[in-house]
Structures are given as C-alpha cells and as structure tokens.
Design a protein around this ligand. Sequence first.
Ligand code: DAH
Length: 355
Amino acid sequence: MSDLKKIKDELLSKLKSKLTLSEINQIKSDLFGKNGLVSSQFKKIGVIAESERKKFASELNIIKDELQDLINSKINEIENSEIREKLQKEKIDITLPERPFVRGKIHPVSQTIDEISSIFSEIGFSVEEGPDVESEYNNFTALNTPDNHPARDMHDTFYLDEKKERLLRTHTSPVQIRTMLKDKPPFKIIAPGRTYRSDSDQTHSPMFHQVEGLHIDKNINMGHLKGCLNYFIKEFFELDKIKMRFRPSHFPFTEPSAEVDIGYEMKDGKIVIGEGDQWLEILGCGMVHPNVLKNVKVDPTKFQGYAFGIGIDRLAMLKYGINDLRAFFDCDYRWLNHFGFDPLDVPTNYRGLSR
Ligand code: DAH
C-alpha cells in the first residue's frame, strides 16, 4: 500500500502550489487516465495474492475516492477564483462622475436658411440647388449679362481657368437657368446656397450666402412680387407691420429691376427693424427679362414672372444681432456656442413640425 500513500502525498504537495485549470486536468489524467498511476494500481488486483486482495481493493477504492475528491475541490477552487478575479476586473464604479456630453450647435446661417425655406414653402415655393462651380454661360451669358459688364471683371469674379469658362458662382441666379432648362413652366422655386466674390472687409466676405427666388407663370406681375416679398419680410422678422420700399435699380436679367429696403432705427445702440426713417437694403429683384426666358426656351409672350436674390448673411445678422460678418466664417467654437442654435430647437417660423 506504500505506493498509494506515495501517490497521495505527492498529490497533496502538488496541490499546495497555485495551479491553472489545464495543469490540474493534466494531473487528473496522469492519475486516472488509461495508463494513469491509479488505473495501473487497479490492474494489480488480478495478480495479487488472494489473501491480500480484498483488503488491497478496498483500500485502493478509498484512496481513489479521496484523490478524486481532492482534485475536484481543487478544480472548484480554481474556477471560483477565476470568477472572482473577473468580477474584480470588470466591476463598474457607479460613483464615478459621468462623461461630459457635448452637443453641437446649428450655425446661424444654417438656421436662417431653414427659416427662409419654411416660410417660402408655406406659399408654394419648392427648393432647388445648384453647384458652387458654375459655367460662365449659366452665371452670366444666359442671364443676359453682356461681355463688358463690370461683374465679369477679374476683380469681382473667381475664375477657375485661363479661358474664363468655369468660375465660382457670383450669385445664386444661375439656378434660375438650370431650373428652367430642365423643366417646363410654371416655375416657383427658391435656391439657397453659397456664392463667391473677390471681396473682403467688415461687411463683405469672399464666400457668402444668397437665396434666389423665381416665379414664372401666366399673368404674373409686379404686384405678385411685392406681395410675396412683403409676406416674407414680415414672417421672417416676426412683425405685423414693416416699412418697405422698392427702389428702381438695374440688373441685366430683370426689367424693370428694383432693390428693396426696409425701415429701421437705432435704439440704445441697437438696430430695430420695421420702424424709423432709416433704410437698409436687403435684396434685389425684378420682372424676369424676356431675353432670359428666350435663352431657356420659355416663350415670353406666354409666360412671365419675377425673380429676387436675398443676402442671407445680412438677414441673419439683422435678426440675431450679430455685427461682424467675418465672425460667421471664423469657425470660433466659443462664438458658435453663443450665437448657435440647439439642434432640437424648432425655428419660430417652422410650422411644418408642429402641425
Ligand atoms: N443676382 C443679384 C446679385 O447677386 C441679385 C438679384 C437681383 C437676383 C435681381 C435676382 C434678381 O433674381 O431678379 O446681386
């Protein structure tokens, strides 16, 4: 029996050290596997003297049970300690402060474009878009702008090639051309977007924003133009009454042409829109020139209408009390945090969502 005792002592000493699960499984198969130490003891039963056999077998069984118990409890111990270690490592400390949640802001220009679009969509205008890189034809020629017109000058326009065939659009008016070329009248669209001119000071930036308007149908006259713009201005500034005047002007693509001013006054160093006897120019407009309609294959004896171009940045500055245009494009996070809008805020004029 001393063999068995030796096996047990050896096992006990091995179990004292820290074992991994695979090490203990190895020990288990060394003992109880097909040719394991314990299994080979069982093979001895047949060859042992009969007088000894019963005692040997019973002692062998007892020790086998003991060894198995020892191994099983060691396995249990290892598994439990692995679980404990995992729990310790993966525990969540709910007393830690939360991570800061940074929510971006909507730029005042984007907010203003949304407001303008929703006001015009209320009265049947749909929204069109055009590219920033335009052809000279769409930007000037098709809009009845002659070759010698000052707007074509290099000092004003960013040309993109030597031949002056491609340029950064100087206004949103080429979207009128694109819209009328791809469809048949009537047209009732607005087109907000970026525009570019070689100009930079406190009130001019080389990139700025305009929204174009175009309404072409049968029997459209200047009264419609006045009614439409008057409605828009009142809605945009959220005022019941607003002083507005049409001043004769000139644009190659409209005849007659006008610029629109709104009344304002200064109160405590702040600009107040709608009252007073000062005038502020906010847009250009007119009745679309017959030559423009001919260029896009619309018969000017059957269809006519009005167009307008509004400076979006100027409107945003007036409505939200921002006095330096350049700040719009500085990308200063602190400025945007102050003047920007929360993403979930519904613009005051945006009726679409609340319905
Ligand atoms: N495109 C003109 C500009 O940038 C603005 C303008 C004037 C647009 C009259 C129009 C219009 O559609 O009819 O100064």
